[in-house]
Design a protein around this ligand. Sequence first.
Ligand SMILES: [Zn+2]
Length: 303
Amino acid sequence: MLAAPAELDLVAFDLSCSSCGYNLRGLECTGKCPECGTAVDHSINPPVTHFPPAQIRWARIVSLGLVIWLSATFESIGTVLIMRFSEDYGGTVARLNYIGPKAWAVPLIQRAVGYQPGSWGVNGVTRGLLMAVAVLMITTAPTERDWREPIWSMRFWARWVPLVLFGGFLGLTLGSEGLGYDDPQVRKFTLAAVAGVELPATILLYLHLRVLAKSLGLTRPASTFLWAVMLATLLMIGAAVLLTIGPLLADDRNRFPLQAALGVYMAASLCAAAAALGAITRLLLELMPIALQKIRPRRAAAG
Ligand SMILES: [Zn+2]
């Protein structure tokens, strides 16, 4: 049989190379990308990777956990902002501290203050519990084998320390109902919530996310999490200083230096939070295609 004259199939529309982004329009479909050498066909019919069922289930649980964490975070920011101002200088800044995805505990204080918690007091507890569920989901082990990893693994500490700290603080606030708004104990509670629960737990969670990002080959988000950890540590120290000697620092005649310092504090907080949000979004984008893949029924052994 005679071969038909080779018909030159050309890419007739704008098509970016799947590996370098070069526009492949006008090139032969059987050719290679002139920029990086990837086969043109690779960009026309991208190969589909099938993930094992365990990995698909894991990606679903972790993605859902990240989404729950983000929604609980934004609601918790609202709860802290609605809390009554105290006499403390820059007290609200210290309560907000790192204004990103974190293990929120300050809203729980609202439950203890006064003789009836407002809806925000209830909100603080329910969002906190949602966050606890999110922590369990985010720190799920990827495979059966990983459940048996040693006690000093990052995942183990990121899973249980935030829950123990949050639960302990919930008990502390529930056991101190009826505090007055100006009770000196409220400031101690705030200090314990910020430096004893929120930021240490958040640092552990970020270190876990760093390991997770690395395991997915995302090096830039991994380094973002490390930067956010370093900034959160500085913000924790700053908040502790504000809550302990804030009133002494405030000079009635000239508050500008402190106001400027609080401006710098929140700017650092917001930059770290935005970077961490970006890194979490990148993680979600990487996990989603795995999570959305169908789990294929196991085929019977070849017969
Ligand atoms: Zn290319």
